[in-house]
Design a protein around this ligand. Structure first.
Ligand code: ADP
Length: 165
């Protein structure tokens, strides 16, 4: 059995089908994935950290190989503290690259034993992001093809029900 643990960090505000795709495919490679919800200080989030964690758990269902946690401070320290040396990130358009490259290099400088591994998005999710989902939901647009039903429900509670034509 593959015992390698990967840490999948992010804001997950909220989790989308794009994130779930990375998790599902990540489980083909790693024995265990810990979803690490960042307590971002400067990023303004729609859902609180506790809400994001409980929505991720609901969206995932039970899988003993996946867990959800939150972390403060340096990601590389957290990664090592969980017995891992792999940061898993998803890559979408070229526009993700520069930012991800910078962060991955910084993390590698901070702790050289920690590697960031990237998984390319699956084609249907190439333009899917939590921000786009919030924008569509905020305008009462349909989000069913972008997020699991529990997330669509939580968004409707924040923004009001989507319009039906
Ligand atoms: P962050 O604020 O750290 O970017 P996100 O929740 O936006 O947090 O993203 C977490 C990770 O998931 C990032 O590596 C991001 O590139 C990846 N990701 C988000 N949406 C998708 C998607 N549609 N396809 C592939 N990867 C994605």
């Amino acid at each position: 059995m593959n015992k390698q643990i990967a840490i999948y960090p992010g804001s997950f505000d909220p989790i989308t089908y794009g994130h779930l795709d990375i998790i599902e495919r990540g489980l083909e490679v790693f024995g265990q994935i810990i979803i690490a919800v960042a307590r971002n200080s400067e990023k303004k989030s729609l859902f609180s950290t506790a809400e994001r964690i409980s929505l991720i758990k609901e969206a995932l269902g039970s899988n003993e190989r996946v867990s959800v946690e939150t972390f403060d401070g340096l990601l590389v320290d957290y990664v090592v503290s969980r017995g891992s040396r792999v940061i898993l990130r998803g890559l979408r358009a070229v526009s993700d690259f520069e930012y991800e490259f910078q962060i991955a290099q910084m993390n590698h400088n901070l702790k050289s034993e920690v590697e960031t591994l990237f998984m390319m998005t699956s084609v249907p999710y190439g333009y899917l992001s939590s921000s786009i989902v919030k924008e569509v939901a905020g305008l009462q647009g349909p989000v069913e093809s972008l997020v699991p039903p529990v997330i669509a429900k939580a968004l409707a509670e924040k923004f009001g029900k989507p319009k039906t034509n």
